[in-house]
Design a protein around this ligand. Structure first.
Ligand code: ADP
Length: 452
C-alpha cells in the first residue's frame, strides 16, 4: 500500500487526487509554487512543500525540487496529475530510481506513446487502424509533397511530440506546404523541444472518440467505454460526453476489446486513453495518452468506477477488483470545462473571485479548486472548474446541465459559462449533429452577432 502520496500538480486535479488518496487512508503531500501558497490543494493536504517561484518551469516542472520534497516528507509515491510531468518518461524513471512509486505506466510505455509516430507504429502492429500518414518525421519538403499528392489535399502537418492541439497546420495546396512545415517545426520546437513533424491525411468531418482503459501489473485489463470529445475549439476539448451518442453497443464492444487487447500485448499498466477519429463508420487511431484525462469524470459517472482510486490501487500493486463483464454503463454524462476566459473572445481573464457558489443536487458534480477570495493566476492553465452531470439519458442530462449552469455563481472573473448556456439550446447540439469543426462555426456565429 501507499502510506503517503505526493501530488505533483495543482488546481482541480490536485484536489481530485487528494480526495481519492484520503478515501484510501493515505496521507497527502501538496507541492506548490509561491503563487499557490493559499491554494485549496495546499490547504487540504496533510503536509505541503513550496517547490519554487510561480513560473511552472521553476516549480511544477522542477524535477529535483519535487523529488527533494518527496524525500523530506517521506512520501512513498508520486502522482503526476495531468499536464506538467505526467507524460515525462525521464521523470517517471527518476521517481522509480529514487525508490518511489510512480503513479502511472512504465517510463518505457510513456516514451513509446509520447511520440505520435512510434505510437502509430505500435498501434498498427497491434491491429489498430491509424490515420494514413508518413511513418517517419518529414525532413524534406519533397517527401511531404509526395505524400500529399498520394492521399490528396488537404493534409495536416502534426508535431510528433505534440499535445494540446499545438504544432498542427492544415495544408490546402502544394504551394502552402514549405511555409506550413517550417511554422509547424518552429512551434513544435518551442512547445515540445522537438522539431519533428509528420504529415497525416486530413479527415474533413470526423468525430473525436476515445476509449478509457485500466490495467493492473498482473496482465488484467478492462475498458470503461468511450467518451465523445468532438466539441472542440482550436483542437482543445470544451464539452465531453459519455457514451458517444453515435456509437452502437456492438461498435463499443469491438473497439473496447481492441484497446484491451493492445494494452495486454504491451504489458501496459495504469490508466490510459486511446484517441480515435471516427468518420463514415471507420475508426482511425491518432494517439494514446498515458495518464488520467481532464474528462475522466464522465466515464466515472456512467460506470460508477473511481478512476483515480483504481489508478492508485494499481500503482500500489493491487489486482483489478473487477472483470469486463462486471462493468455496466448507466445513463449519460456530460462535462463542461469552465475556463477563466471571455466567453466570446476567449481572451484570458484571471483575477480575484469575489463570490462563488457551486451548483448541487441529484446527479451534479463540480471538480474545482475555487473558493471565495481565491485569486486565479495568469501563470497557469485557464481551467477553473469542471461541471459534470449525470442523467438517465442524454435529454435528462442536458436538462440537468442547464439547471446546474443556471445555479453556478463565479464572480470577479469572466468564465466560459455563458457559452455553454447558448450551446445547450442549439438544435444541432441537441440532435448530436456535429463533428470536430462544428463548435468553431458555432463560436464564429456568436462572435459575429456580438460584433453586429
Ligand atoms: P493533440 O495531442 O495536440 O491534442 P491530437 O492528435 O490528439 O493532437 O488531435 C487533436 C484534435 O485535432 C483531434 O481531436 C481532431 O479534432 C484534430 N485532428 C487531429 N488529427 C486530425 C486529422 N488527421 N484530420 C482531421 N482532424 C484531426
Amino acid at each position: 500500500m501507499i502510506a503517503k502520496l505526493l501530488i505533483a500538480n495543482r488546481g482541480e486535479i490536485a484536489l481530485r487526487i487528494h480526495r481519492a488518496a484520503k478515501e484510501l487512508g493515505m496521507a497527502t503531500v501538496a507541492v506548490h509554487s509561491t503563487a499557490d501558497a493559499d491554494a485549496m490543494h495546499v490547504r487540504l493536504a496533510d503536509e505541503s512543500v513550496c517547490i519554487g517561484p510561480a513560473a511552472s518551469k521553476d516549480s511544477y516542472l522542477n524535477m529535483p525540487a519535487i523529488l527533494s520534497a518527496a524525500a523530506i516528507t517521506g512520501a512513498d509515491a508520486i502522482h503526476p496529475g495531468i499536464g506538467f510531468l505526467a507524460e515525462n518518461a525521464r521523470f517517471a524513471e527518476m521517481v522509480e530510481d529514487h525508490g518511489l512509486i510512480f503513479v502511472g505506466p512504465s517510463a518505457e510505455h510513456i516514451l513509446l506513446m509520447g511520440d505520435k509516430l512510434t505510437a502509430k507504429e505500435a498501434a498498427t502492429k497491434l491491429g489498430i487502424p491509424i490515420v494514413p500518414g508518413t511513418p517517419e518525421p518529414v525532413e524534406e519538403d519533397a517527401v511531404a509533397l509526395a505524400f500529399a499528392e498520394e492521399v490528396g489535399y488537404p493534409v495536416l502537418v502534426k508535431a510528433a511530440g505534440g499535445g494540446g492541439g499545438k504544432g498542427m497546420k492544415v495544408v490546402m495546396t502544394a504551394e502552402e506546404m514549405p511555409e506550413s512545415l517550417s511554422i509547424a517545426r518552429r512551434e513544435a520546437q518551442t512547445h515540445f523541444g522537438n522539431p519533428a513533424v509528420y504529415i497525416e491525411k486530413y479527415l474533413p468531418s470526423p468525430r473525436h472518440i476515445e476509449v478509457q482503459i485500466l490495467a493492473d501489473k498482473f496482465g488484467n485489463a478492462v475498458h470503461l467505454g468511450e467518451r465523445d470529445c468532438s466539441l472542440q475549439r482550436r483542437h482543445q476539448k470544451l464539452l465531453e460526453e459519455a457514451p458517444s451518442p453515435i456509437l452502437t453497443p456492438e461498435q463499443r464492444a469491438e473497439l473496447g476489446a481492441q484497446c484491451v487487447n493492445a494494452v495486454k500485448e504491451l504489458g501496459y499498466h495504469g490508466v490510459g486513453t486511446f484517441e480515435f477519429l471516427y468518420q463514415d463508420g471507420q475508426f482511425y487511431f491518432i494517439e494514446m495518452n498515458t495518464r488520467l484525462q481532464v474528462e475522466h469524470p464522465v466515464t466515472e459517472m456512467i460506470t460508477g468506477i473511481d478512476l483515480v482510486r483504481q489508478q492508485l490501487l494499481v500503482a500500489a500493486g493491487e489486482k483489478l477488483p473487477f472483470k469486463q463483464k462486471d462493468i455496466k454503463f448507466t445513463g449519460h454524462a456530460m462535462e463542461c470545462r469552465l475556463n477563466a476566459e471571455n466567453p466570446i473572445s476567449f481572451a484570458p481573464r484571471p483575477g480575484k473571485i469575489s463570490d462563488y457558489h457551486a451548483p448541487g443536487g441529484f446527479g451534479v458534480r463540480v471538480d474545482s479548486a475555487l473558493y471565495n477570495g481565491y485569486r486565479v493566476h495568469s501563470h497557469y492553465d485557464s481551467l477553473v472548474a469542471k461541471l459534470i452531470v449525470h442523467g438517465n439519458d442524454r435529454a435528462t442530462c442536458v436538462d440537468r446541465l442547464k439547471r446546474a449552469l443556471g445555479e453556478f455563481v463565479i464572480l470577479g472573473i469572466e468564465t466560459t459559462l455563458p457559452l455553454f448556456q447558448q450551446l445547450l439550446e442549439d438544435p444541432d447540439f441537441l440532435a448530436s449533429n456535429f463533428d470536430v469543426k462544428w463548435l468553431e462555426g458555432f463560436v464564429a456565429e456568436l462572435q459575429e452577432k456580438k460584433a453586429a
